[in-house]
Ligand binder design. Structure first.
Ligand code: F6R
Length: 615
């Protein structure tokens, strides 16, 4: 949440910052702002709303400078407006700060500073930080870096921040704790980029350093990069090569990132199992977990922690791992787990699943599990993210950057990795017959082709969407591993179209939700062939008897549901355990079209941000 970007070097900073902010906008779009040093002056421009508003506001202004900082905000403290937008100035306009995270003790700091004569303009926690740095520098008469260090020693909370000062035109100071920050090293070690993730950096350099918690980086055009920690111990920068490609950050001819990402799924699912699965040879392995396999096999139970869509992927994994590998699985909301005093021991394996690898609650849940002796693993999409760095081991999903705020390809990639994990554990535990194991591998390899066939139904799904675009509510039903698909379908619809939607296990409908059904209620049902097919057919009849509208996802060639449903979307047949990988796709497409028909911003839904780095 919140995106930060900064540049220092020989180039004009303004276009680099604006482009960087556009790339980071998925992290929050309540306001955007920049501060630049030009001829000894520290100039600040900020505006409520999207980066486009800032661009419009700065149009025609003569903005120059080779050093600057930029911020795109997801509001926590203080409503979204121009004043609360970052950067925030010190009172004498000497220093400006951008910040992602939450300063939990900001109120105490603020009150103390007010007593000392500081006047606050905004309601943000960040403004307390900039005044604190300024106050320490003046009272302790120390260099800016020491003032930043001392300020951070008295701060409780999470931060990724960059400090710019007109007294130090050759340097920027950055620090992180629980919020991500990447340093890009440009030409001749005299040009630097700082950002919340690598997306604003990738077109300038592929040499990056990911800061660790409580590290402070000084980037200086004359002296290069120096990293210390808040206890002032010297750290050696670990320079990594970026494996991100620019085209992955562009829309590639699609109107929205969400649609591009939905259509990328045959490729992203394939990339996810490439090198990890070979059906002909009966081979399945997750390289990243190889050395820790025994811990998984001997685990008393596997506990998954995640949030949102990633939590739904874990729900699918529960069905897969328990049934195929016969290992006890629990799926926890990370936010509940961390505050529940959970019973965790060294016999447990705790796996975090996270697209961004930065979700604050998921990170904290992992830290708690680690402190209680569990082995901790991560399944993340963003390479180099915090979760991937604090875990004992893990696997990347290789879906490529997901920019649409609503998760699509990351979900199917997570389910793919989790399916590989279930199959590997089943193989090692010999819980499946050879023929069943082989058949599952073959089916998994065929999934990208089958997803393509569902994508070909885009126009049909759009026509169906038109019937339900004005609905006020929607229900999603499924059984077995299609229940999490129903949850995910409902989440997708509500978050991008603002239609109230709920997902239920189909049989639960009779225990309450059935009261909601009338002729205005669309009920989306995953009714594919499998163990519970007949039961779901009965549930459909119950809905029809109450005049509800049925939109059913059925297996190709189905006739029974077709006769009852108002609309059907046929999907290719596959093994029951792999249905989530295919059945999710039409629900994503439906939500996309409904949201678009309602005039919603599908890539940047209101109130949301992609990377939830605050709890
Ligand atoms: C919904 C969505 C969110 C995320 C959740 C967890 O479309 O994207 O529900 O799934 O915020 O994020 P990650 O996976 O980054 O931990």
């Amino acid at each position: 949440m919140c995106g930060i970007v900064a540049y220092i070097g020989k180039k004009e900073a303004f276009p680099i910052l604006i482009k960087g902010l556009s790339r980071l906008e998925y992290r929050g779009y309540d306001s955007a702002g920049i501060a630049l040093l030009d001829s000894g002056e520290l100039n600040l421009y900020k505006k409520q709303g999207k980066v486009a508003n800032l661009v419009e506001f700065t149009n025609g202004k003569n903005i120059h400078g080779n050093v600057g900082i930029g911020h795109t905000r997801w509001a926590t403290h203080g409503e979204p407006n121009d004043v609360n937008a970052h950067p925030h100035y010190s009172m004498d306009k000497r220093i400006a700060v951008i910040h992602n995270g939450i300063i939990e003790n900001y109120d105490t700091i603020r009150e103390e500073l007010i007593k000392r004569g500081y006047v606050f303009k905004s309601q943000t926690d960040t403004e307390a930080l900039v005044h604190l740095i300024d106050d320490i520098q003046k009272t302790e008469k120390v260099e800016l870096i020491e003032a930043v260090r001392h300020a951070l020693q008295s701060v409780i909370g999470a931060y990724a921040l960059v400090v710019i000062s007109k007294d130090h035109p050759n340097q920027l100071i950055a620090a992180r704790k629980s919020s991500p920050l990447v340093v890009g090293i440009g030409e001749d070690n005299s040009e630097f980029y700082l950002a919340s993730d690598a997306t604003p950096i990738v077109e300038y350099t592929n040499q990056v350093v990911y800061l660790n918690d409580e590290e402070i980086a000084v980037v200086d055009v004359n002296e290069g990069l120096r990293i210390t920690n808040i206890a002032n111990q010297e750290k050696t920068p670990y320079i990594q090569e970026l494996e991100l490609h620019l085209e992955a950050l562009e829309k590639g001819g699609y109107e929205h990132f969400m649609m591009k990402e939905i259509f990328e799924q045959p490729r992203s699912i394939h990339d996810c199992f490439r090198g990890r699965l070979n059906a002909a040879e009966g081979f399945v392995q997750l390289g990243g977990l190889k050395d820790y396999e025994k811990r998984l096999l001997n685990a008393k139970r596997i506990v998954f922690v995640a949030c949102g869509t990633s939590w739904h992927a874990c729900q699918v994994a529960e069905y897969l791992i328990e049934d195929l590998a016969r290992i006890n699985v629990e799926v926890e909301y990370a936010s509940e787990f961390r505050y529940r005093n959970p019973i965790i021991s060294e016999k447990d394996v705790v796996i975090a699943v996270s697209q961004s690898g930065e979700t604050a609650d998921t990170l904290a849940a992992l830290e708690l599990a680690k402190a209680r002796g569990a082995s901790i693993f991560g399944i993340c999409n963003v390479v180099g993210s915090s979760i991937s760095r604090i875990t004992d081991a893990g696997s990347y999903t290789h879906a490529g950057p997901e920019i649409g705020v609503a998760s699509t390809k990351a979900f199917t990639a997570q389910v793919t990795v989790l399916t590989l994990l279930a199959l590997r554990l089943a193989y090692k535990k010999e819980t499946l017959s050879n023929s069943r194991f082989r058949s599952l591998l073959t089916e998994l390899e065929a999934i990208p082709e089958k997803v393509k066939r569902v994508l070909d139904k885009n126009e049909l799904i759009k026509e169906i969407a038109a019937h339900y675009k004005d609905s006020a509510n929607a229900l999603y039903l499924g059984r077995g591993s299609s229940f999490p698909v129903a949850l995910e379908g409902a989440l997708k619809l509500k978050e991008i179209s603002y239609i109230h939607a709920e997902g239920y296990p189909a049989a639960e409908m009779k225990h309450g939700p059935i009261a909601l059904i009338d002729e205005d209620m669309p009920v989306f049902v995953i009714a594919t062939k499998g163990t519970s097919y007949e039961k779901v057919v009965s549930n459909i009849q119950e809905v029809k008897a109450r005049k509800g509208k049925i939109i059913a996802i059925v297996t190709e060639g189905d006739t029974q549901v077709k006769e009852m449903a108002d609309h059907v979307i046929e999907i290719p047949a596959t093994d029951e355990h792999l249905v989530p990988l295919i059945a999710t796709i039409p629900l994503q497409i439906l939500s996309y079209h409904i949201a678009l028909m309602r005039g919603c911003n599908v890539d940047q839904p209101r109130n949301l941000a992609k990377s939830v780095t605050v709890e």
